[in-house]
Design a protein around this ligand. Sequence first.
Ligand code: ADP
Ligand code: MG
Length: 499
Amino acid sequence: MATCGSDCCSNGSIFDEKSISCDKTTRVLEGCMPLPIPDDVLKEIVPKAKDFALLHGAGMRYRDRYDADKLEFAPFFLLPSAFPKREFERVVKIQPLINILMHRVAHDHEFLESTLKNTVRVDSFTARLWDIYTTVRKEGVTQSVTLGMFRCDYFFSVPCQCAQQVEINTIAASFGALATRIGLLHRYVLGELRRPELLHHLPENGALSGLCGGMVSAWKHYKNPKAVILFVIEDITYNICDQRFHEYEIRRQRPDIHVIRRNLTEISQRGTLTNDKRLIIDGDEVAVVYFRAGYEPGQYHTEAEWEARLTIERSKAIKCPSIQYHLAGTKKVQQELARPGMLKRFLSDSEADHVRQLFTGLYTLDRDEEGDKAVKMALESPERFVLKPQREGGGNNVYGKEIKDVLEKIKDSVEREAFILMDRIRPPIQQNYLIRPHMPVSLAEVVSELGIFGAVIGDDKDILLNEYAGHMLRTKLSSVNEGGVAAGLGALDSVFLFD
Ligand code: ADP
Ligand code: MG
């Protein structure tokens, strides 16, 4: 028997009922078609879907036995997952406003300083980023234009019946390319299942062209037709298809642009600045730096990698993200923005009201009266919250009973200021078939997290480009806290909109 994924119901089995209402709230979503799919149909459609994924590059490198000559398909769900149309359209429409918000936050020195002053005392990673930010600020800005390629993540929340924001990613927001592949895959699957009448529920997804269009616009702004775009990559790239498709799309849009790929160690060894602060690597001048790495401490092995980040930041290249965008994406900033009235520092009253509706409860854990209250609340009912450190990339948050263990240890020390507390969002459950390499296909109870991409280019005075840039859906087993795609508990998905 499934357990209800919401606070609104206390009873029973959920998939025996047609749908959807419980005290006027949706706790179970009906999928795009009746489930289960008969065994004989499933037996035929799964190999077709796997082949489609492989032949359209919805792939990844082997995580456990890396082999540069081989790919396997990325975990995916067989069918598109239901998401309420009204809320999808709402978060799409609001993305340009979020772009502006993040751009203004990143350019508000006083706000960043007062927000992060406690965090940098206890979180050494954020402190290193802060050092770079203040160093280049003191030296004088050489490139005032920045490129943001954000991804805002949302759950549809059962209790409020609305989309609620999980976080805003300002660095290395991935899956723009694979999301478009999975959209195609689901169109194919619905066709093969002889349900073409459902296709109009699947929205177009211009994530890849939108994001690459952002990079091309930034490149044009740099005004050197010979300069390249530098992808800052991990030492080993498992999510290679996603990254390569960005390269191919840039080439499609502008055959004259070259992309080069280097990790931070290579940049430290071979990257230099000219006297006028142009970034040169292996003879190429860099117009745009696109970070697909650099968001977690493990990617900076030694001081050399930090030096490389500083060199990039000092340069005239347009950074995606600039160091202040990176800082604006911290969990601490997200929590401060959720304070009553805070959004009005950056947006008009009505704009602020719209954005505010996306936020769930976020609480400071600073050592003051407010923080004490939050600690007490979390200790009393840990299942209502998520405890978050200033980290990106998944797998760092603390849930449920473990929150109690962690907070008991740190509640009287300054360490607690490295974390924020957030209301746990309760998404509705639905069913779907999880398809993973070398694993049996299973019908699973799942929840979906929607990502909305945004692209913005501007400086402290003007915004030169501001767009919604497509979407992605990641779905995970409802029984797990975090469904990393690489970890195999989450998988790529696409959106099936319903009224
Ligand atoms: P990261 O920077 O590591 O991606 P996130 O804030 O996105 O951090 O959290 C990682 C995952 O944890 C999310 O994708 C989501 O599945 C889960 N999660 C985070 N915050 C919440 C929340 N408030 N309620 C429910 N699940 C959450
Ligand atoms: Mg996340």
